[in-house]
Design a protein around this ligand. Structure first.
Ligand code: KG4
Ligand code: ZN
Length: 333
């Protein structure tokens, strides 16, 4: 089965072609450079750039896939939600046009479910259920219980800012342009022994929810005071401390779920979303959770992290989600 998938929910125009679960091509055109000067994604501009670039992306995706014509495609799928409405509609219009012209079935997909399974791209293993998934992106921070590919229950989410949003805004106040997450990671690596700045741990409880806005205010305040009184820390100390507190919060919430669902014997943890490009977070989450699992004698889990190019928004993850839905006999409209 050849699957054509289209993703235009935010600032990446992305189209992929899969042969079952194998990605034949995945072309992503990022608009980051155009949005940088505004400090974040501007919806109207993003939508216009999707219109400008989408045909070019489709052409190179087809060329790279080795599929000679759209007629060979068996299923068209696209990101239906969540995302910016004026951006989503560009991908949806293209998907419906191809589907009606070539008389192919069409399947609307959920962007977050794409992120959930993105770590399974280019891997052949079948996922064991039940499993947990954490999605950490610019717009979302959510923890899920996965009972099957189409039985996904959200356990908790951020009550205010997403983790990526917190990183982007903190970086902006330090003077680093959007997207700030990679800048914070680079800054944090500068020192071998960074000074650890005490930052608050919001919602340090047994729930599955997150909160980052209080932390953001604390970071803004520290930067304001630093500029005024030249306090004794620099941005590599602050970046390292931000990463560290973020990692501790994520571990705590995942551990809450592992303990709460101990009887279910959770099999895997799948992490997705742009923020998991961060190597420090990957290593810390894995190391600390293994320590907790051993200490509490909980069922050992396997860890799935996406390749970096599939962490940020891409169409391949939407196509793979569609493949799993079809495999589980979900309806095609
Ligand atoms: O998943 P994504 O591409 O878009 C959304 O669906 O939001 O995630 C974008 C987010 C941004 O906040 C960006 O700063 C963050 O992912 N990000 C990172 C890194 N690379 C991207 N955060 C931390 N460390 C990174 N290396
Ligand atoms: Zn995303």
């Amino acid at each position: 089965m050849f699957i054509l998938s289209i993703e235009t929910s935010c600032d990446e125009t992305s189209i992929a072609i899969l042969s079952d679960r194998k990605v034949l091509s995945n072309i992503t055109l990022s608009q980051i450079d155009e949005h940088k000067i505004y400090g974040g994604v501007v919806p109207g501009l993003a939508s216009r750039l999707h219109v400008k670039n989408i045909q070019k992306v489709l052409r190179s995706c087809l060329d790279k896939s080795g599929i000679s014509s759209l007629d060979k495609i068996d299923l068209v799928c696209y990101t239906e939600s969540p995302g910016m409405a004026i951006c989503l509609q560009i991908g949806k219009i293209l998907a419906y046009t191809i589907s009606s012209y070539f008389k192919k079935p069409i399947l609307p997909c959920n962007h977050l479910h794409g992120h959930i399974f993105s770590s399974l791209i280019d891997r052949n293993e079948d996922l064991k259920f039940p499993s947990l998934s954490l999605v950490i992106s610019g717009g979302h921070t959510q923890l899920y219980l996965l009972e099957d590919y189409d039985k996904i229950k959200m356990l908790g989410e951020t009550l205010d800012d997403a983790l990526g949003e917190f990183l982007d805004k903190s970086a902006l106040v330090m003077g680093y342009k959007y997207p700030g997450g990679p800048k914070i990671e680079a800054k944090a690596k500068e020192k071998i022994f960074p000074k650890i700045i005490n930052l608050p741990f919001p919602l340090n409880d047994k729930t599955f929810n997150f909160s980052f806005s209080g932390l953001k205010t604390k970071v803004f305040d520290l930067i304001k005071r630093k500029n005024r009184f030249d306090e004794f820390f620099d941005y590599s100390d602050l970046s390292y401390s931000i990463q560290l507190i973020a990692a501790k919060i994520l571990v705590k919430k995942i551990a809450n779920a592992l303990i709460f669902f101990e009887n279910l014997k959770i099999n895997c943890l799948l992490v997705g979303g742009g923020v998991i490009c961060n190597s420090f977070l990957r290593d810390y989450i894995k190391k600390k959770l293994i320590e907790i699992i051993k200490k509490r004698r909980i069922h050992m889990i396997s860890f799935f992290f996406p390749k970096k190019k599939y962490s940020t928004d891409n169409a391949a993850m939407i196509g793979l989600n569609a493949y799993f839905l079809i495999k589980n006999k979900n309806k095609i409209t």
